[in-house]
Ligand binder design. Sequence first.
Ligand SMILES: Nc1ncnc2c1ncn2[C@@H]1O[C@H](COP(=O)(O)OP(=O)(O)O)[C@@H](O)[C@H]1O
Ligand SMILES: [Mg+2]
Length: 328
Amino acid sequence: MDGNKEYKRLNGVKIDEKDLKERLFDIENIVVHHKRFTDLYDMIRDCHHLNDRLVILGDTGAGKSTLFKTYELAYPRQKKTRIRNGHTIRYESVPVLRVELAANSSPLNVASKMLESLGEPFYNKGSEKVLTGMLKHQMEDSEVGVVFIDEAQHIVASDTQKVIYKAADWIKQFDNDVKIPIVFGGIKEKAKRIFAANEQLDERFPNKQEFNVFPYSNPDEQKEFRGYLKGIEAKLPFADRSSSKIFDPYLAGKIYYASLGTPRTIYHLLRHASSKALKDGSDMLEEKHLFEGFDLLSFVTRPKVINPFDEKVFNLNVAMEKENLKKP
Ligand SMILES: Nc1ncnc2c1ncn2[C@@H]1O[C@H](COP(=O)(O)OP(=O)(O)O)[C@@H](O)[C@H]1O
Ligand SMILES: [Mg+2]
């Protein structure tokens, strides 16, 4: 078989609650190491080990945070001890420090968040200067080897040039002081403004990579997208998952249309559809489940979207035109 987890056969009997919960949890944790993912993973590793800097910006839902989380998992935190002034001190080594900024973060909030993640009890107490100073020490003590600042666009709390400049300047100073590799992630247009605001910062981070949703306009791109679906299918929580054929051109084209190549939408679609299938006692995913799953998605930005999973042959170009979308 494919070496992945085996699932109990349902044979048409509705799945029980506990099993359903476990299987949906498994779907949530599927990570496909597709080409762009692996390429960027390797770049992060280089950045980490060669003490460099990296910026990864892209469409929302493309998989940036998933990539960072996957990297973090490969370098787990460890409880250790060290001797200091004759005393044995226990500490946690944190090889990868990853924070995801919340909306409207100021540099103070960013420092505070990193301190919290490092287990500093007083992460909330003090000025920006105090917390930034504390952070530098805490990072050394915790042996942090690389920092991920995800959703970096949120460090720009307002659109005023002054706020943007101040944030950029803080990052520059932080980079100066901690001298460890930093990886930024965020939404392209918004995060770019931070670098645009400060030329010195921009020059320090020359390596800016894009991580976007899947394109689907030529045979190579279509193959790549189908490969991604195949990777997901191999891990779907069904006894007969390989009969699902979600990567066949027939279903892949429909899934592309439904998601416009966005992994997040694909996840929601497959999760809803799988839930329907499992409640049906099905041991594979069928198009009718995708039909039902699709109806549970929200398409606020696509009022004219149609459900493509109607078991009829589907013409992607025609459907895209009807919605006034650009051909893929
Ligand atoms: N490589 C991947 N393999 C499987 N699922 C993925 C992958 N990348 C993204 N996803 C799915 O898409 C969702 C959104 O991805 P996320 O990493 O949060 O996107 P971003 O941070 O770029 O907005 C994830 O929760 C996951 O369900
Ligand atoms: Mg994210």
